[in-house]
Structures are given as C-alpha cells and as structure tokens.
Write a protein that binds this ligand. Sequence first.
Ligand code: NAD
Length: 461
Amino acid sequence: MSHKKFNKNILCIGAGYVGGPTMAMIAAKCPQYNVTVADINSQKIMAWQTDNLPIYEPGLLEVVKKARGKNLFFSTDIEGNIKESDIIFVSVNTPTKTYGKGAGKTADLQFWEKTARDIVRVAESDKIIIEKSTLPVRTAEAMERILHGKNTGIHFDVISNPEFLAEGTAVSDLENPDRVLIGSRETERGRKAIREVVEIYANWVPRDRIITCDVWSAELSKLVANAFLAQRISSINSISALCERTEADIKKVAHAIGMDSRIGSKFLNASVGFGGSCFRKDILNLVYICEHYGLHEVAQYWENVVTINEYQEERFVQKMIHAMFNTIAQKRIALFGFAFKANTGDTRESPAIYVARKLVEERALVVITDPEALQNAEQDLKDVRQNIVFESDPFTAAQGAHAIAIMTEWDVYKTLDYKKIFEGMEKPAFLFDGRNILDHQEIYKIGFNVYPIGKPALTHF
Ligand SMILES: NC(=O)c1ccc[n+]([C@@H]2O[C@H](COP(=O)([O-])OP(=O)(O)OC[C@H]3O[C@@H](n4cnc5c(N)ncnc54)[C@H](O)[C@@H]3O)[C@@H](O)[C@H]2O)c1
C-alpha cells in the first residue's frame, strides 16, 4: 500500500497495551501521518479493527474510532509495512526471562531482537527506530549493532522513547503526559532524528514537557521511574504491617506524611501489593544490571522492594487463614476483583493470582468476580480451574460465602449493598479489604468482621 498523501509513514511493531493506545493517540492527533500498528498475533489485529478492542481502557475506543480507517491501520504484514515506513516504534513485550542465564531477573529480549532482524532484512531505506518497550540500559547499542551488522548502506538511528502511561488511565496519560522523554546518540544524525520524533509529539504536547537527552539516560530513566513508584508502594505497605501491630492507622499516617510537600500525597495507598506487568519485571531488571556492574548493595536495596511486595501478599493470605480460625478448607471465599488495578482487564502479576492460588492450596472454594478481567483470570488459573468458580455478579459470588476479599479497587465495589450481601453469607462473615476502599465502621456495623490493611481489625468476637 502506498501512503503518498501522508507526509510520514509511522509503523509500530507490537499491538499490545502500549503500542495500540500510543499509536491511536498519535494518529488521532496527527492526521498528516499514516500510522500502522503491526503484530504477529492476528487475533489481536482483528480485534483492533472492531469495536471489541483487545484491551479494556476507558476512552480508548473513541480515540481509535477517530482515526481508524483514515490514518490508523492495523496489520499482520510486518515486512511490507517495514519497507514503507520512515519511523518504526517497537513496543513488543520484554518479559522477565524464564530460562538460562539471568532467569527470573533480566529481560527476555528475544522478541525485541527478532524485530531488529526483521527490520534489517527487509528495509530498503534509512529509518528511525524508536525503542518504546522498556529495555535494559544500553540495549540501543545492541540494536545498532544488529541493524548495522549487514553493511547494507542503509542507516538506522536508534532512539529511546520510553512509555510512561499507566493502564486504566492510558488515554488521559497519553493526551496529557507529565513528560515525554526522548533520548538519542549525541551525534549530528542523532540530533536530527530526535528532532523528527519531537515533531510528532509537539502536535499536542507542550514543548516544555518534551525532554530530550542521551539514549542511555532515557533508557535508564524508565526503569528508575518504575522502581521509584513501586518503592513507594512497598514503603507504605511495610509500614502497614507495623500499623497492624501497634493500632496505628495507615491512612492517617499516609495523610500526615503526604502533606509534606517533599513527600507528596500520591501513591501512598497501602494495599495487598502491587501488580501489573511492569513493576516487578523492571525492578528485577534494574537489580540484574546493578549486579552485572558489581553494585551488589544497590542491587540488594532495590530487590527488597520486590521482597516486601511478596511479603505483603503472603501476609494478606495468612491474615485470612488466621482470622477464619486457622482453616479455610471447604469454605467459600469470594474475591472481589482480579485485575491488578481498577479500570483495566489486565491481570498480569496481579496479587489476586497469588492469593487465589494460595486459597486453593488451602482447599478453599474460591469464587472470582471482576467487571473486566474474568476472561484473563480464567486463563491465569487454568491449571486449578476445577477448584474455582468465575462469576460476573458480585452478589451471586458472595452468596453462601464465609468471606469476601477485595482484591481490586473497582468503583462498583465501593457502593454495593453490603447489607444484602451480608444476609446471603455464612456467619460469622468476614471481609478482608485488600485495597482499603470501604467505610470499615459501616461494614462492621452491618455485622461483618472487618480486616483492613494497616488498621486494627473490627471484630464481633
Ligand atoms: N503495559 C504497560 O502499562 C506498559 C507501560 C509502559 C511500558 N511498557 C513496556 O512496553 C512494552 C510492551 O508492553 P505491553 O504491555 O504493550 O505488552 P503486550 O504483551 O500487551 O504487547 C506486546 C505485543 O508485541 C507483539 N509481538 C511480540 N513479538 C513480536 C514480533 N516479533 N513482531 C510483531 N509483534 C510482536 C505481541 O504479539 C504483543 O501483542 C514492554 O516492554 C513493557 O515493559 C508497558
């Protein structure tokens, strides 16, 4: 397909949580560019062309519809689109490696490297290659080596443009980002390439929010941003454990410290733990890099952020078992929410996976409900499916249950008729609020035994 009427052909390889929304926003904001998103997964590509998008993200369908069929296209023809493109974003997945050296820590770059080889094999003209995936610092160097290894005379400029969107708020994050970060080599060519990428975002992002730097700083900044965000969660969660022992209230502590402008009030909600495909993977990646450079103390420091998260998940399960008289065998337990956070159907690394598995191990009868994530939940737990019921209605899920555990902070769970739910439950009825979203006094007054995070439990015995 020739795209002569457009002044730039942009291709994105990888049509997932990052590639899809990012490219939809670029296309919607820049009608002068032709934007194609390509993926090896044909089912996903098909879904992007319907109103039943492959991911749930508030406001996304509207943005996609604005541009789809005009200057936003979805395709499985990766090679053909590489040939036609001037700029290629690469947003393939970079999961934690599960095999060989660095297993459980470093990023698995096989999908990444494959795209580099696809590009070099079929490209017939110079291109700007943009790392959109989150990658270990200095990956651009390896990318350059692969791209220029064949001496074809074609030149590729590798740019790092990490994505900072958060799932659940991806559309507003993309429309109004805190910053866009673009890193390049500090050469004449590098600077020219960076100007071209700045030009894309400048169509809707104020210039002072587009920051440019060297490629290594850009790559590293993404890992560090996620490490700091996760660290805040682990920090407040570690204190929640202390609160539960001392009758202090984590919400009051968070409020008090958050009013210090040096600390700030965001990201101080204690919970059952963080999830999502990125935090754990990116921290472990950082840990691996530190170890690689012999910075063992630094590695250990960051690894503890993950350790505290695992501790928090485990603590939650142990609290449930302990509260329910040290046995949950044959007890029906309803998990309210399975997504790793509200407003997404994504369940990758969700604490609910860990909790559900542990409850099944203890022979509980687990019922899972979630407004958007049931399909993914079934997939995540397919090996233990026979012990789990998936139920879209929270009232039915809680019917006959001994306990409810709130796993995701969905708005719908804040306003349910808990009196009605209580009536249908076994007694004594327990409620474990893994996200601290309910009015615990009110829930207690209904008759529940309530176990928040980082606050004293409210029990009737
Ligand atoms: N999900 C997030 O919130 C988020 C935010 C910022 C950055 N990131 C980073 O962005 C990257 C992508 O994350 P994601 O959540 O979009 O992943 P994803 O798994 O949702 O999407 C990746 C897509 O790439 C495709 N793919 C893999 N190899 C391919 C190949 N060789 N050719 C064509 N397509 C290929 C897969 O089929 C998949 O659809 C990761 O590095 C991640 O760390 C993610």
